[in-house]
Design a protein around this ligand. Structure first.
Ligand code: GLU
Length: 424
């Protein structure tokens, strides 16, 4: 399995080389500023005590406080958390937010825990990290298998420690406790804005465009819902248990789709009831790996990192890949895809919608003045489309991939701030 932090470092080095970056600054940018590893003891429902390992990597805060989500997943490890914190740094920078990058994680399978145990774990994480996080230092948010309820528990715990309400310490909260309107679907919405921009640039026709989505969590399911309403044909989706592809005799090409391919509303309902998309009526079951190689126009990896590697990259047929997940393509696979002429809208831009609206949430919490959903989403649109245009222009004028162009924009911004602050 490729090491995510090695991948993140490689991506930084590629951009640094083209930017001719000062070596001293590169050394600083290659390392997280701080890492915390904690043990969180939880009294389980059974009465037994279990100890969970938790991490927080604070990568860079030259542009503003560390910012990034917290992941609850059995495969969380230090290399992954470090990589995710680096990606948060570049993500905030490429879209011009006054925020740095951080990321946290707990090694746990939350599907095996009761709600009470998850609450204890969420509060335990905040207790263990309390001296290192806060609205001016490091701001938490949801990520894989964490949700608004978990953010509410974390906010409550931190507020109890302080003795007063501190909503700005975590974003992605429920609206009732200071969440931003529209934050729930903002990662997907941001992804759609860049997808539509790319579709226009590549002169694709949304009516005929065929899409496959890997991952059906918060980002993946919302993106499916919005795209389907826009008239795109979604022919395959998947989750951790497997995938489904529309079952039509003539295959997924050269036909008129009724209801834009899969009925997304019903699939969402089906997954809620059964726990998975697998088994949805009138579909064929496929593996996640098979989904990636389908003959589609747009592929949206929306689950975990390292799914497109040098092993399967040559068999990807999509013309456009929108990285809604963090780190789904390895640097080796990137080279293969580029040679095949496949356009990749990189994670740091494609999934930045979440942190952009998180930024709005933080600003609103600090001011105690709240905006409408329309205000949040229209501001998101302006920021992400402008960032897309900037990255696209750089890609065109330097004849490089979108990833490299996005990294150049981001790394230059952080490097400039480091340079000015340190007098290097
Ligand atoms: N976890 C999300 C991401 O990877 C959101 C982070 C945030 O809102 O701070 O971008």
């Amino acid at each position: 399995m490729p090491n995510p932090f090695t991948n993140a470092t490689k991506q930084l080095e590629n951009a640094a080389e083209l930017l001719n970056l000062n070596k001293n600054i590169l050394e600083i940018l290659k390392n997280p500023k701080g890492i915390l590893e904690v043990s969180i003891p939880i009294k389980m429902d059974s009465g037994k005590t279990k100890v969970f390992k938790g991490y927080r990597s604070q990568y860079n805060d030259a542009l503003g406080p560390f910012k990034g989500g917290i992941r609850f997943h059995p495969k969380v490890n230090l290399s992954e958390v470090k990589a995710l914190s680096a990606w948060m740094t570049w993500k905030c920078a490429v879209v011009g937010l006054p925020l740095g990058g951080g990321k946290g994680g707990v090694v746990v399978d939350p599907k095996k825990l009761s709600a009470k145990e998850i609450e204890k774990l969420s509060r335990g994480y905040v207790q263990a990290m309390k001296d290192f996080i806060g609205p001016e230092k490091d701001i938490l948010a949801p990520d894989v298998y964490t949700n608004p309820q978990i953010m509410a528990w974390m906010m409550d715990e931190f507020s109890r420690i302080k003795g007063y309400n501190v909503p700005g310490f975590v974003t992605g909260k429920p609206i009732e406790v200071g969440g931003a309107r529209g934050r729930k679907f903002s990662t997907a919405q941001g992804g759609i804005y860049v997808l539509e921009k790319a579709v226009k640039r590549l002169k694709m026709n949304s009516e005929k465009t065929i899409v496959a989505i890997q991952g059906f969590g918060n980002a993946g399911s919302f993106v499916a819902k919005i795209l389907s309403a826009l008239g795109y044909n979604i022919v395959a989706v998947s989750d951790s248990r497997g995938g489904v592809v529309i079952d039509q005799e003539s295959g997924i090409r050269n036909q008129k789709f009724k209801n834009n391919g899969l009925n997304i509303k019903n699939i969402i309902k089906f997954k809620k009831e059964t726990g998975s998309v697998v088994g949805f009526p009138n579909t064929k079951t496929i593996t996640n790996e098979q989904l990636l190689k389908l003959d589609v126009d747009i592929l949206i990896p929306a689950a975990l990192e390292n799914v497109i590697t040098e092993k399967n990259a040559s068999r990807i047929k999509a013309k456009l890949i929108i990285e809604l997940a963090n780190g789904p393509i390895t640097p080796e696979a990137d080279i293969i895809l580029e040679k095949k002429g496949i356009i990749v809208v990189p994670d740091i831009l494609a999934n930045a919608g979440g942190v952009i609206v998180s930024y709005f949430e933080w600003v609103q919490n600090l001011q105690n003045y709240y905006w409408t959903e329309k205000e949040n989403i229209s501001k998101l649109k302006t920021i992400i489309e402008k960032s897309f245009d900037k990255v696209w222009a750089k890609k065109e004028c330097s004849n490089i991939s979108m990833r490299l162009a996005a990294y150049m924009v981001a790394v230059e911004r952080v490097a400039k701030a480091e340079e000015l602050r340190r007098g290097l």
